[in-house]
Design a protein around this ligand. Structure first.
Ligand code: DX5
Ligand code: ZN
Length: 213
């Protein structure tokens, strides 16, 4: 059985003490740090830029799982790569050529993830699966933390898993009630923002999610 990895999303952290929050989730047993990058165009929210990623890099050893929800991602791959990202995920719904983007991320020797929004057919990414390290299945409409998990998206997790042996990550509305179902469908990385950062005990929250197996 695959090990379940937990990736807290810092979108729900207290930004006034971000470095400390990151250290705390690392100590609490997180496996990756999920960083949501939004530009106010691809989604209706603006969050974190490469400068924040760079300043967090010396604070933790956790791999940085950078989720780009931006238009024209090719213009920003270099800065996010140089800021210390380990894995860079982009959305299939952007207008650019996904193969070019994958090549660009590889040029900087970073792992590549590809993501699908809830209404996007998984078939759109099937031809690219051999070129990527991870698939991120969105289970809320991207843009904000703290939304309800969309159960309709669960079958997509299975469809991806049936066609892909590497990492399958689920992002949006993940909590202790839904994590077992997600893992049953074949996901092995769980992103959780509000569930982890909204809990009093980060270690307990992470343990509960990991117990999903
Ligand atoms: C939403 C982001 C998510 C978000 C998850 O667009 O991609 O990573 O932070 O937050 P929760 O776990 O609260 O749904
Ligand atoms: Zn995300």
């Amino acid at each position: 059985m695959r090990k379940i990895l937990i990736a807290p999303s810092i979108l729900s952290a207290d930004f006034s003490k971000l470095g400390q929050e990151v250290k705390e989730v690392e100590k609490a047993g997180a496996d990756l740090l999920h960083i949501d990058v939004m530009d106010g165009h691809f989604v209706n929210n603006i969050t974190i830029g490469a400068a924040v990623v760079k300043s967090l890099r010396p604070v933790t050893k956790l791999p940085f799982d950078v989720h780009l929800m931006i238009e024209n991602p090719e213009d920003y791959i270099e800065s996010f790569a140089k800021a210390g990202s380990d894995l860079i995920t982009f959305h299939i719904e952007i207008e650019e050529d996904p193969k070019e983007l994958i090549r660009l991320i590889r040029y900087y020797k970073k792992k590549v993830g590809i993501s699908v929004k809830p209404k996007t057919d998984v078939k759109r990414i099937l031809p690219l699966l051999a070129m990527v390290d991870m698939v991120l299945v969105m289970t809320v409409e991207p843009g904000f933390g703290g939304q309800d998990f969309l159960f309709d998206c669960l079958e997509k997790v299975r469809e991806v898993r049936d066609n892909f042996k590497k990492d399958v990550e689920v992002d949006g509305g993940v909590n202790e009630m839904v994590c077992a179902d997600i893992v049953k469908k074949g996901a092995n990385i769980l992103v959780a923002g509000s569930y982890v950062f909204g809990s009093k005990d980060y270690a307990e929250a992470i343990k509960r999610l990991r117990g999903a197996q």
